[in-house]
Design a protein around this ligand. Structure first.
Ligand SMILES: *Cc1c(COP(=O)(O)O)cnc(C)c1O
Length: 379
């Protein structure tokens, strides 16, 4: 059996066949208004509704969203921004591209994300902001993080690139801090037809700044007046139309349920290996993660790499995200960090991402789990 890591053609089959999508798509194309416009406004409204927030600004990518949010909060040279060492490196790039200093901190060995305690231990007089990352779709303890941040006067930009629809006590991630940033890179839980991202916020000034800054620094409502040194980072209208269809058809809700369902199946099939394989947390009444990726943690690097090869030999795609924590990346080798980053380094050596997408079948999950059990018992 061949088990794919993600399967976008299968995921989009129904949508692509619907008349609503086919007719609507051709209308967008024929109108030739390819950037921004009405479709972007529709998408921004739908996405704000999904998150329960006042403002969404659609932008060109998740990386741009993070950079724009930091700029809106006036982060710049001389400021220190706390970032988990174990994340996709773009989280840190946003800080560096603002001219501020990244300060890498470790993550929790069970949730793989930043905790209020780790944050508190890393704050110095130069610390101006923190970027909690809801990695793999697992929410950080945002109530605890906001308490620490408020006590120390830190700004909070949430990296929600992997966590659309993740909630804490019913509240969407990205709505705890001053701003939340999303990526619509095609393989994310909500993926676009190309690159895309968004900043969400309840602060009208942040929303206006991000809108102006992402639109070549143009003053809102004025095409020829530029009031910031800005980016050209607007969302394409075909992309906005496409993602608005996904939202209006409630597909993102359906897909999220299917991911959580598949995670539950993985848990059942792998429970007999729980002494040797650590599994991600399942949702509780309070904290709902959305399994952008399904990570299993092996005892050591050799076992992890051996299992990956064995799965691939049996037609099962498995991926290592991320083999290097940020502070080990060539560009960040000289960066300062706070305390020990042993957990991040250990996770980079021992985590393995299994196939996870809304269209994965029970049979496929079972096949992946049986193959894992085969490998680990013959070991
Ligand atoms: C994907 C991702 C980003 C960057 O988003 P792009 O749209 O690829 O620029 C940032 N942070 C995390 C955690 C991501 O997964």
């Amino acid at each position: 059996m061949n088990v794919k890591f993600v399967d976008l053609p299968k995921q989009y089959e129904r949508l692509f066949e619907s008349d609503r999508f086919k007719n609507g798509f051709m209308n967008v194309v024929k109108n030739c208004g390819f950037v921004g416009g009405r479709h972007l406004e529709n998408f921004e409204r739908s996405f704000a509704n999904l998150c329960g927030v006042d403002h969404t600004v659609g932008v060109g990518s998740g990386t741009d969203a993070l950079w724009l949010a930091l700029k809106a909060l006036d982060i710049g040279p001389g400021d220190e921004v706390i970032v988990p060492a174990y994340t996709f490196v773009a989280t840190a790039f946003a800080v560096t591209l603002c001219g501020a200093d990244v300060k890498f901190v470790d993550v929790d060995p069970v949730t793989y994300v930043l905790t209020p305690e780790i944050l508190k231990g890393a704050i110095t007089p130069h610390t101006k902001a923190v970027i909690p990352v809801h990695l793999y779709g697992q929410p950080c303890d945002m109530e605890g993080i906001m308490e620490v941040a408020d006590n120390f006067g830190l700004k909070v930009v949430e990296d929600c690139a992997q966590a659309v629809c993740a909630t804490i006590n019913g509240k969407h991630v990205g709505t705890f801090g001053q701003a939340g940033c999303f990526s619509f890179y095609p393989a994310k839980n909500l993926g676009g037809m190309g690159q895309g991202g968004a900043v969400i916020t309840n602060d009208v000034n942040i929303a206006r700044f991000v809108r102006e800054m992402s639109n070549c620094g143009r003053k809102e409502g004025s095409w020829f007046e530029h009031i910031h040194i800005g980016l050209n980072s607007r969302m394409d209208s075909v992309n906005a139309f496409f993602m608005n269809c996904i939202l209006e058809e409630n597909l993102i809700i359906e897909w999220t349920h299917k991911r959580i369902n598949a995670a539950q199946q993985y848990h059942s099939f792998l429970s007999k290996l729980k002494e040797i394989v650590q599994l991600p947390l399942m949702p509780t009444n309070e904290v709902v993660g959305v399994f952008h990726l399904f990570e299993i943690k092996l005892s050591d690097k050799k076992t992890r790499n051996g299992l990956k090869k064995y799965l691939e030999k049996h037609g099962i795609a498995a991926v290592v995200h991320y083999p290097l924590p940020c502070h080990k990346q060539p560009v960040y080798r000289n960066t300062t960090f706070s305390g020990s980053l042993v957990v991040s380094e250990h996770l980079a050596d021992t985590l393995l991402s299994l196939p996870m997408h809304p269209s994965i079948t029970l049979n496929e999950v079972e096949c992946v789990c049986n193959t894992i059990a085969d490998y680990l018992t013959i070991l």
